[in-house]
Design a binder for this molecule. Structure first.
Ligand SMILES: Cc1cc2nc3c(=O)[nH]c(=O)nc-3n(C[C@H](O)[C@H](O)[C@H](O)COP(=O)(O)O)c2cc1C
Length: 387
């Protein structure tokens, strides 16, 4: 067994073990991938101020996101097709999250269904909801979330249209995977993955097939998907969703302060500063650069979370110091899942927790909730000065 010391180690193992089509699906940004890269590299422009000879004993990263306890302020982000990275992937990731004590967010476009994940976990998870045209389907999705005791809904607002990822088109990405000579030749080399897939019945979009009107089998799914997403989405439509779901609501995919104000007016409990991990508008600002602008606009009136580009506990600490109450990891846990299943997600969480805890100590803090901007050196013009 290789020694795993950071998220990049998990990434390398994942790359070897997952079929190329699903690795590429994870590891792509849209078009030139400028924003995908900036999400990560912009974190390294921010530096810490190290303190010494302050009491660093008895530290805690315990925190709260939307009033719910978390062992650290890091949730697992919604990731579509997680169950294609590893058999029963959503159940495994949700279990790792609940054992660790952090929130898990199930994607609408998951392989394991809401009911399936609820059945195999004990603690409530969050459901991510895409904004679709079909009112009945949307209402049923919220009702199913309520019946499964989901403790929050996360509405993703940055996917009315789809950013183009070149590799997905070239690979003919689908679930279950299309069996072409090339994809089969690649998949037969991924023995562990293949055995897992043969041993599970969960290979289709579990929240859609059998639930959406006219989608009773996987072959009718692609025509449904191309019709289902609502290009006409506006804030009035999001207000309708607010009425369909009376539990805690998080609006995900905000990168502009004007939209942050709109989300506040809708009555959301939190917003996620996110550019979808660089998968939507290529050339958009990285999340970490957008965060101070959004904190200035709404930070004193709504809980602000952040995702996109987090690969370490140090990244989490920087986001918290700039004012975020919580963060999410996407690829960082998918690498763990594809590398080693549930144990790999746990390993990813352990790595990030350890990095967060020790870096917090170096900055002279013992309680993550007390961390603020004072621990950072942020270059002049990091977020300002844009015309
Ligand atoms: C493979 C993949 C699939 C994703 N699927 C969804 C999804 O179904 N719903 C959603 O709201 N966001 C989705 N996202 C975006 C993530 O929730 C999150 O915003 C992003 O991964 C954060 O960036 P990071 O991967 O750099 O941490 C996906 C991201 C990836 C990498």
């Amino acid at each position: 067994m290789p020694v795993i010391t950071d998220i990049e180690d998990l990434h390398r193992i994942y790359r070897r073990r997952a079929p190329r089509m699903f690795y590429d699906y994870t590891e792509s940004g849209s078009w030139t991938e400028q924003t995908f890269r900036a999400n990560k590299s912009d974190f390294s422009e921010i530096l810490f101020r190290q303190r010494v000879a302050v009491d660093m004993s008895n530290r805690t990263t315990a925190s709260r996101m939307i009033g719910q306890d978390a062992a650290m302020p890091v949730a697992l982000a919604p990731v579509g097709l997680t169950g294609m990275q590893c058999a029963d992937g959503e159940i495994k990731a949700a279990r790792a999250a609940e054992k660790f004590g952090v929130p898990y967010t199930l994607s609408t476009m998951s392989i394991c269904s809401i009911e399936d994940v609820a059945e195999h976990t004990e603690k409530p998870f969050w459901l991510q909801v895409y904004t679709l045209k079909d009112d009945d389907f949307m209402q049923r999705l919220f009702d199913r979330a309520r019946d499964a005791k989901c403790s929050a809904a996360v509405i993703t607002v940055d996917l009315q249209v789809l950013g183009q990822r070149h590799k997905d088109i070239k690979n003919g990405l689908s679930a279950p995977p299309k069996l072409t000579a090339k994809s089969v030749a690649n998949m037969v080399t991924k023995v562990q993955w293949g055995l897992g897939m043969l041993g599970t019945k969960r290979r289709f979009f579990g929240n859609i097939v059998g639930h959406a009107k006219g989608v009773s089998d996987p072959s009718s799914l692609s025509s449904w998907t191309s019709e289902a997403f609502d290009e006409a989405l506006d804030w009035d439509r999001i207000r309708q969703f607010r009425k369909m779901w009376d539990g805690p609501l998080i609006i995900k995919g905000i990168i502009d302060p004007r939209d942050a104000k709109e989300a506040l007016n809708v009555g959301a409990d939190a917003i996620v500063v996110s550019n979808h991990g660089g998968r939507q508008l290529d050339g958009a600002l990285s999340s970490i650069r957008a965060l101070p602008l959004i904190m200035d606009a709404v930070g004193d009136r709504i809980e602000v979370h952040l995702d996109s580009g987090i690969r370490s506990g140090q990244d989490v600490l920087k986001a918290l110091a700039l004012g975020a109450t919580g963060t999410y990891i996407g690829r960082a846990y998918v690498y763990g899942l594809g590398a080693m299943g549930e144990a790999g997600v746990t390993r990813a969480l352990e790595i990030i927790h350890r990095e967060l805890d020790v870096s917090m100590a170096f900055c002279g803090h013992r309680d993550i909730r007390g961390v603020d901007r004072d621990i950072l050196m942020v270059p002049k013009g990091f977020s300002d000065g844009w015309e």
